[in-house]
Write a protein that binds this ligand. Structure first.
Ligand code: SF4
Length: 190
C-alpha cells in the first residue's frame, strides 16, 4: 500500500501537540481560494512511499509525540493513512489530521476508518476573509478542532498559533505552521 506525498518534515512543533513528524499528502479536490499550499492540489504522482517504509522512518524518529497528516487532502488517501495511523498508534504515538472537509462531510466508510484512528482533527475549508494567527492550529477562524479520543484535553490547544522556518542544507526554506502576515513577508524577502 502506498501514499503519494508532497513533502515530509522529520520534526515540527507547529503542527499539533508536542514535536511531530509531519506528512503532506499530494492531491486536494477542494481548491480553497488563497490556499497556502496550491502545489499540493494536483492528483499527480509526486513522491510515492510505501506505508511500511514511512512507518519505519516515523518509528525511528526519537522523541516525537506523534504524526500529523496534512496536505493536500488527507481524506483523499484515507485507506493508506488509516493503515499508517494504526501502525504509529500501536507504538504509542498520537495522530493529528488537518482536513479541508467539515466533520459532517466525512461520511464514507474509509473516512470513518481514518477518523477512528485520529486523536485530533482540525476541519474546514480555508477562508481568507476569516484568516487568523491567534487560534492554535487554524488558518481561518471558521475551522474547528475536534477532540476524537481521550489522549488530549482541549486545554492543550488553548494557545497562540506557532510557525516555524526550516532551512535545508540546499538553501531551501520551508515555512510551516500558522505564520502572521509580517512573518510571511520576511520569508518572501529571504
Ligand atoms: S483543503 Fe487545504 S490544501 Fe485543499 S485547497 Fe483548501 S486549504 Fe488548500
Amino acid at each position: 500500500m502506498r501514499l503519494n506525498l508532497a513533502h515530509t518534515l522529520l520534526r515540527s512543533a507547529a503542527n499539533g501537540p508536542g514535536e511531530r513528524f509531519v506528512l503532506w499528502v499530494q492531491g486536494c479536490p477542494l481548491a480553497c481560494p488563497d490556499c497556502w499550499n496550491p502545489d499540493t492540489w494536483a492528483f499527480e504522482r509526486r513522491d510515492l512511499r510505501s506505508v511500511e517504509e514511512l512507518a519505519s522512518v516515523i518509528l525511528a524518529t526519537e522523541g516525537i509525540e506523534g504524526v500529523t497528516f496534512t496536505g493536500g487532502e488527507p481524506f483523499a488517501q484515507a485507506r493508506a493513512l488509516t493503515v499508517l495511523a494504526e501502525r504509529v498508534r500501536a507504538a504509542g504515538l498520537s495522530v493529528f489530521v488537518f482536513t479541508g472537509y467539515d466533520l459532517d462531510e466525512l461520511t464514507r466508510p474509509e473516512h470513518r476508518a481514518l477518523l477512528a484512528v485520529t486523536d485530533v482533527l482540525v476541519a474546514g475549508r480555508y477562508v481568507e476573509a476569516e484568516r487568523t494567527d491567534r487560534l492554535a492550529w487554524r488558518g481561518s477562524a471558521n475551522q474547528r478542532v475536534h477532540d476524537l479520543s481521550d489522549r488530549y484535553s482541549p486545554d492543550d490547544w488553548n494557545e497562540v498559533a506557532a510557525a516555524e522556518f526550516h532551512f535545508a542544507k540546499d538553501g531551501t526554506l520551508t515555512v510551516t505552521g500558522f505564520p502572521a502576515a509580517d512573518m510571511l513577508a520576511f520569508a518572501v524577502d529571504v
